[in-house]
Design a protein around this ligand. Structure first.
Ligand code: KIV
Length: 264
């Protein structure tokens, strides 16, 4: 799938959408062979790849670098790339430049968090022919203001705001919206009001699709286990076994073998 309009068709058909984050060419190659529908070059790369404690450390340069790496190996999937912290809050010309850089790096669409205060940017991106995915609920770039990575929409006024913002994003021309860490009932209600797909993370089952951070769903960081996360593999202990096996083989002069060495 490379066409954003196909996502809407999937919603109409009641076929759920799967999206996974990806930040490099080698995992991109594997995702490209999989049944996953959409690849997200998320600004979560600042945390999972670069070791920062929040996504505000993702820069436009980092997003372009990783989007280009993914695009070198992902040829069959829709690639969405995050507009990072503040890149869409410096006015329309800057946002257009940031989005253009991501598209030139190989993305087919951009994602941005929130809508209030940058409605003009969403409109300008869409009117410029750039497919835009929204992101509401827990918006990690605003975690400092939200008081941490907390569930949003538990209060009625918050739920009403998420619904209003979703409808506004749809009206502005977004092709899909990520709903992050909101009560399932709120996500179900919002999704039923939207004609574009909602893609949930920590938003329950009654949305039109699910997204997970690749490194979390692979269990590459076993100490990280938020309530919504399901690990579809447990890779961290496997890697540890392999690294220790290598270290022991070197120490005991069991590696390399004759077959793994060059003759004269
Ligand atoms: O950056 C990211 O990985 C995301 C997902 C959590 C939706 O925005």
């Amino acid at each position: 799938m490379k066409n954003v309009h196909e996502l809407k068709t999937l919603k109409q058909e009641g076929r759920k959408i799967s999206m996974i984050t990806c930040y490099d060419a080698i995992t991109g190659r594997i995702v490209d062979q999989s049944d996953v529908d959409v690849v997200l070059v998320g600004d979560s790369l600042a945390m999972v790849l670069h070791g920062f404690d929040s996504t505000i450390h993702a820069t436009e340069e980092m997003m372009v670098l990783h989007t280009a790496a993914v695009a070198r190996s992902v040829h069959k999937k829709l690639i969405v790339a995050d507009l990072p912290f503040l890149s869409f809050r410096k006015g329309v010309p800057h946002a257009l430049d940031a989005a253009a850089a991501l598209l030139r790096a190989g993305a087919h669409a951009v994602k941005l968090e929130g809508v209030r205060g940058h409605e003009d940017v969403v409109r300008a991106l869409v009117e410029s022919g750039i497919p835009v995915m929204g992101h509401l609920g827990l918006t990690p770039q605003s975690a400092l203001q939200l008081g941490g990575h907390k569930v949003q929409g538990r209060l009625q006024e918050e739920a009403t705001q998420i619904e209003a913002d979703s409808l506004l994003l749809e009206k502005l021309g977004c092709f899909a919206i990520v709903l992050e860490c909101i009560p399932s009932e709120v996500a179900r209600h919002v999704s039923s009001k939207l004609s574009i797909p909602s893609i949930g993370i920590g938003a329950g089952l009654d949305v039109d699709g699910q997204v997970l951070v690749m490194h979390d769903m692979l269990g590459l960081q076993m100490s990280f286990k938020p309530k919504f996360l399901r690990r579809f593999a447990e890779v961290e202990p496997l890697l540890l076994v392999a690294f220790n096996d290598f270290a022991r083989s070197v120490r005991e002069s069991q590696f390399p073998s004759k077959e793994e060495s060059y003759g004269a």
